[in-house]
Design a protein around this ligand. Sequence first.
Ligand SMILES: [Zn+2]
Length: 390
Amino acid sequence: MSLTITHIGQLAEGSTLLEDAFLTIDKGRIADYGPMNAAPRGGETLDAEGGMVIPGFCDSHTHIVWAGSRDGEFLDKLSGLSYEEIARRGGGILNSADLLHRTSEDELYAQSMVRVREVMAMGTTTLEIKSGYGLNPEDELKMLRVIDRIRRSVPITVKSTFLGAHAVGRGYTREAYVNEVIRMLPQAAELSDFVDVFCDEGFFTPDETERILSSAARLGLKGKIHANELAESGGVEVGVRCGALSVDHLERSGEAQIAVLKDSGTIPVMLPGSSFFLGIPFAPAKAFVRAGLPLALASDYNPGSSPSGDMRFVMALGCIRMRLTPLEALQAVTVHGARALGLEHETGSIARGKRADLILSQPGWTLTRLPYLYRTPWIRTVFAGGESVA
Ligand SMILES: [Zn+2]
């Protein structure tokens, strides 16, 4: 059965905003849209009362599956310790791995689903989730099975990424652990869509990253890389060389990385929530956009460096701290996010035939207000595949 949303004040279609528009959803897809005077008669209707319709958010980088809490580390951070110092004291990723090891699969699923429901209610209709808090074969596969279970139980689109190389697992030398990650790949490939490596100072080198990505490519897994968060790590270069779908973070990057990414097909993804939380520089988003690159912004939702999955806040940081226009920020959290997941033909923009992944605002909202009044409640309904999920 079809549903027509009428009297839409602003409809974000690509880089234009249609005013006073309608949009028809049929069989979970966007069937048609246009000016209100061309709206179809009859059928079920929903009066937007001047509210705005934008594509649902595509969050292409999260670590939303984790166990327990890292409240203590937050207090350490407030007392002045840096992310690196907390990691050296046994906190950080290894702390999450220990907590995850002690948590049952059912409990891990239940804890993670609370956050998945939270982000759905905030308008996320496409969600990437990484493993990487297991750091041994048994626990990494446990995480991937939980992500798979989430994928099968929610109406939004979920993509799974194997991030075995998030940090060196306890009890391994780095070299032994890289070999272990490569041995895990065939089983991981059955449960995941992508492979990711934390290629940065103090984590994995470009050579190790290339070994992992080329083994993954033989199994059909495309790469995504954590690159240039802590240093100019060479991660962008190795990502482009290996045909990675995206290179993510990029706080420490500039003209050299822009030149490498130009015409590469690899999508730059920036994570302003972690810059905000850690107090590190924001990545140079405006320079990337000016260079014509399809910049995506994502939440990086995780317990250590970005404890929020609110993509509207990500958009606000994109505007307020990175100086993107509201339209540039919107494209970064929707269609470019979809590109970073290889889903741009399926979702991420308002186009006939695409999945009806949409957010309908309350009356009175405009695209400019979204990042400006960044804490005011604004969502009326979230549609995922045409189904109302919030
Ligand atoms: Zn991350």
